[in-house]
Ligand binder design. Structure first.
Ligand SMILES: Nc1ncnc2c1ncn2[C@@H]1O[C@H](COP(=O)(O)OP(=O)(O)OP(=O)(O)O)[C@@H](O)[C@H]1O
Ligand SMILES: [Mg+2]
Length: 467
């Protein structure tokens, strides 16, 4: 069959469809009639061709026209916008898709150039999901742009910064889940506190702790836990500088040796008690985390925008440990945890290790982590090839079953393609995506989706106002 005749065939098919539609409208029964294809010679003598009427369900037809009849991800979930190829509605819900085994974990990676609509996409997904009973916590919001969103949704924002009245005790145990016994809860609280202190020390020192430093930290925490119900960071610093002789003896150590072993750790943790972070984490909490609220965000824009990423990382470590007490309750329902501007906190192996542990537990806790970065090379930029930080950051990508790619710069395309296994067509698509349009890449499936926003959302999600 030549190109010419194919052209006529499709024209003819269109006419047949229009006729069928007219008949359906006026309820006229179809007349059996052969389709005609015009001749190729242009002589006007058409050669008749009989084509049997073919009817099929959309389920069968979508094999022939996959782009037009794409079934999307089903109808259960949160409306995001329109599927650009099929024109249909696109809905998404990580927990629903996990149950249906479409994705292997509920975590999401969102990447796109500056101002491409990353935060807007996350805000739309989350605010619309609240109606389904999901909740959202945003522990990393360095621009403070989620505050208005949380207020509009009936949630709360905790503003943290030097000189502000709010103080969080990252060593708070949080509310005990009803299913956990008291002594088990004590053990959980101890290990959570210990993990946080280790992260803070390693993050500030910029190196893993030595074995003797781990021992000093263990004993300091044991000491303060035996003295008070809820220890604070200054309590631990004091116990490190002046170890308790009874605890040292019980561990078979001399107090003087223990003082030497714990000195660097003590100075590292002291960073949170003095200097630019003082007043934020150095005493009992002045506010309580209310897990019943639909949304809680932590506004760290008050830390200053002077690129103080170290303060931001320490704040995130403390705040996420504080949130974890609530998040770790498996009976707490489905919750999103958003790391907006996530690339700013990813240059730290200790914090990445913590994030990875939380990622791994996401299914057990009913949590979907949403990590927002500019480009996938942000993940590689955290360390040299072969470094622990780099392996951890790239591991986070592997633990995100859903990757939402907004527009990428041309120099990022081949890396993005190889990391995500994209086809040439998909790569050509993400190079040209307009604002708010993204490639939603799930295992074995992908969709190009235009975010559709309500006028109220346009106003609420606007980040151009300051421009
Ligand atoms: N679908 C859309 N159509 C038109 N404009 C949009 C769309 N989505 C977002 N915008 C606008 O683009 C601006 C930037 O959006 P947003 O803050 O979500 O981008 P971003 O990728 O998070 O930016 P940044 O890299 O600075 O964090 C906002 O003012 C927003 O209102
Ligand atoms: Mg943003």
């Amino acid at each position: 069959m030549t190109r010419h005749s194919v052209y006529y065939e499709s024209e003819g098919a269109d006419r047949v469809t229009r006729r069928a539609n007219r008949r359906a409208k006026h309820d006229v029964p179809a007349r059996p009639r052969p389709s005609a294809i015009e001749g190729e010679s242009g002589t006007g003598r058409g050669r008749p061709l009989r084509v049997d009427t073919h009817r099929a369900t959309t389920r069968v037809l979508r094999v022939a026209y996959p782009f037009l009849a794409e079934g999307g991800l089903g109808a259960d979930g949160t409306y995001i916008g329109s599927d650009v190829f099929s024109g249909g509605s696109f809905v998404y819900d990580p927990w629903e898709l996990y149950q249906r085994r479409v994705i292997t974990n509920p975590n999401v990676l969102l990447a796109g150039v500056i101002g491409s609509g990353k935060s807007s996409t996350a805000k739309a997904l989350i605010t619309r999901s609240l109606a389904l009973g999901h909740k959202a916590y945003v522990p990393c919001d360095p621009k403070g742009e989620w505050t208005a969103v949380a207020e509009a949704m009936g949630g709360a924002t905790i503003k943290l910064g030097p000189g502000l009245a709010t103080r969080l005790n990252p060593l708070d145990a949080g509310r005990k889940p009803a299913t956990v016994q008291a002594d088990e809860w004590q053990r959980i609280a101890w290990s959570r506190r210990r993990a946080l202190l280790g992260t803070l020390a390693e993050s500030t020192l910029g190196r893993p702790l030595a074995a003797v430093e781990h021992t000093a930290l263990d004993l300091a925490l044991d000491t303060v836990s035996s003295q008070v119900t809820t220890p604070t960071i200054p309590d631990v610093v004091v116990a490190l500088f002046t170890p308790d002789s009874a605890f040292a003896q019980r561990a078979g150590l001399r107090t003087t040796n223990l003082t030497d072993d714990g000195r660097e750790v003590a100075h590292a943790i002291r960073r949170l008690v003095h200097g630019d972070l003082s007043g934020m984490f150095d005493g009992p909490s002045t506010t309580e985390f209310d897990p019943t609220l639909p949304m809680v965000t932590l506004d760290s824009s008050w830390l200053g925008s002077g690129g103080n990423d170290e303060a931001l990382r320490l704040t995130l470590a403390c705040a996420s440990s504080w949130l974890e007490a609530a998040v770790a309750d498996p009976a707490g329902g489905n919750r999103y945890i958003v790391y907006d501007e996530g690339w700013r906190v990813m240059r730290d192996a200790a914090l990445l290790r913590r994030m990875q542990e939380q990622w791994k537990l996401s299914r057990a806790w009913g949590v979907s982590n949403i990590l927002i970065v500019h480009r996938l090379s942000d993940l590689a930029a955290v360390g040299d090839l072969g470094s622990e930080a780099r392996a951890l950051a790239e591991g986070l990508l592997a633990d995100c079953s859903t990757r939402i790619m907004l527009r990428q710069e041309p120099d990022q395309l081949s890396r993005t393609a190889s990391l995500l296994g994209l086809t040439d067509v998909e790569i050509a698509t993400i190079a040209k995506l307009p604002k708010g349009r993204a490639l939603w890449r799930l295992p074995n499936r992908s969709f190009v989706v235009q975010l559709v926003r309500h006028a109220r959302e346009v106003e609420l999600f606007d980040t151009d106002a300051r421009m």
